[in-house]
Design a protein around this ligand. Sequence first.
Ligand code: NAI
Length: 704
Amino acid sequence: MALKLDAIGKKIGPITKEYTWKDAVLYALGVGAGFADLEYCYEKDLKVIPSFGITTMYDVIPQLVAASNVNLAGILHGEQELIFHRPIPPEGKLSTEGKITNIYDKGKEKGALIIAKCETFHSNGQKLFTSIGTVFSRLDGGFGGEDAPKKEVNFPQRDPDFVIESTPFEDQPLIFRLSGDTFQLHVDAEFAKMAGFEKPIMHGLCTHGFACRSLIQSLIPGEPEKARRLACRFTKPLYPGVPIKTLIWKTGDGQALWQVVNAETDEVVIDRGVFEYGEIPKDEIRFDDRVAIVTGAGSGLGRVYALELAKRGAKVVVNDLGGARDGSGKGAKGPADKVVKKIKAAGGQAVANYDSVATIEGGENIVKTALEAFGTVDIVINNAGILRDKSFLKMEPENWQIVLDVHLNGAYNVSRPAFAVMKDKGYGRILLTTSAAGLYGNFGQTNYAAAKMGLVGLMNTLKLEGQKYDIKVNTIAPVATSRLTEDILPPDFVDKLKPELVAPLALYLVSEKCPVSGNIYNAGMGCYNRVAMVTGPGAVVGDGKEIPAAEQLVAQWEKATSLKGAKEYQNLNEPIGDILAAFAQPAEATEGSVSGFDDVSAVFDAIPGAFIADAAAGVDVVFQYNISGEGGGDWYSAIKDQTCRVESGTHEKPTCTLKMAAGDFLDMMNGKLPAMQAYTSGKLRIEGDIMKSQLIEKLFRLQT
Ligand code: NAI
């Protein structure tokens, strides 16, 4: 019977499992703990070994097997990854839910891989860990599916930093199986013989637990709560009683690679081990399910962003053309490849791309690389950059053009195809890279400054277009030592301006937690601040009808140009509203106008009577009102063919929607709150065609 490929996406769970401290201790004894690490075995101040998390997989795997119809005769637990979000409390109820995420075909001879990813929550409401389990099915390959993406773990070519020797007891599986894996292969001699073994074999996950203890003992002694990620591949069976060695290489800050070998034969029984550890910061920013594109990630700032994103779980497309600092030359694969290698060596996931951001095809290919390697794109950091500095008269067209092509057009070329994916999925983060040269000016950089400020304009509008789809667009102005700046920055600063000091801001702005869109930030040397464009209140010169003389403006110059009371606007409608408000006269009752309303519905009863049909020639609009609070509700007035129809409820296609609280609405309708003031103070919010809302004053005799 063939694999059921439509099992991809099939839900697993929720599977619940109650446990007490005795279950945690039983697991600890099953993986060799004892008096030497009593904190795992004694209910007083008990700490739970983080790999206890895999005991939830015993219930996940049968569901995975049933859903995928895998051939039971040939299955093995292939790989296991645990990402720890919080320490596991000593008792409670675990609830695990997930889905089958992929089924890969390694070929007829090699078999198939079925992968499930699950999240486990504790009964205290906290997410404890994410587990990703791979079942390897020897007999199900060759169905014509895609092969799994290659994951490389490159062990250092040196002796391990730690070698921990242990000898599981002959009877170890008898204890370990009580934690949930009661498969006969580990207890029944006849069954084991039928399966081709001399005797029952160790559970791979039991050896995995020994390794987890060894990693903690070597890297974070006495602090299992600092374990962050444990991943590995099971490669060879092991008989109980055979001594093992856990080999551990420290590869970076909070990162290690590991293997378990059979100490008698030197065969690797667990391979490609990755262990990450360190404080679990409160509100940690993670990118576990996210796919990020970082352009120009072969060096400087982009390299640091890519490494940091991968370290926090993102799958990263490392784009870099590998050209010269001025954008000349054919490019090279080396810079991107090196970063990908470094990410993989630390157990992360990354793929290289060598396209230029400066062409439409390049941008499309970069996004295609993300889709082909990882299936989606959640994050784009537009970072690639070059310099061609010259004073303005020496700025020949080619030097102007290439800088605009890489910086400004580059962001367009990559972000646009990515935006299409983000819009469909309803999530996205786009980061643009501007520069102090653009924000404030710098001699000899007209091309660069223009491109960098063009990006700010791109952000201002893209933030509005992305708003509905949770696509946030922000801009960073870094200062850091890199190939671009090494000969520009004063030598004293070179060491202080580490690109790593910019990364925290970039990471936050592309994370799920990012609370803002449309903002610009400076970051350098560990100092972060916001840059904004603000507009002063200005002066009204004349009455808005007669054209004032230049001298009249000069007479009010100080007031017109003062930034006292300056504001920051979020879109073009807001300053227009303020200009209109500046001309608004206090409301005066006009003859025949309606007022004196006590309740909102009375306003809508009065609207048809206040309609001025003569003013509505050729007008076809629908004004939707959403009035909140006591006495509020939804009404709309539809004006067409010089008639006005008022209905309660919501219109399907309003021209514009006016949103107000009931009290403010009554004040406005009774002439106590000028409409423009209501608008600029935020009491009146207008969505849709704001300019058409101006017609209300013309079409109705209302005191607004
Ligand atoms: P960098 O030169 O170390 O990195 C830029 C990377 O972009 C290089 O690896 C380069 O090969 C790549 N690249 C250039 N053209 C490309 C293209 N067409 N397609 C794909 N990749 C391409 O420089 P750094 O400093 O890390 O610059 C990163 C970004 O930060 C740039 O946009 C730069 O303008 C901006 N920036 C940097 C400042 C700093 O102080 N380092 C200051 C202000 C802005």
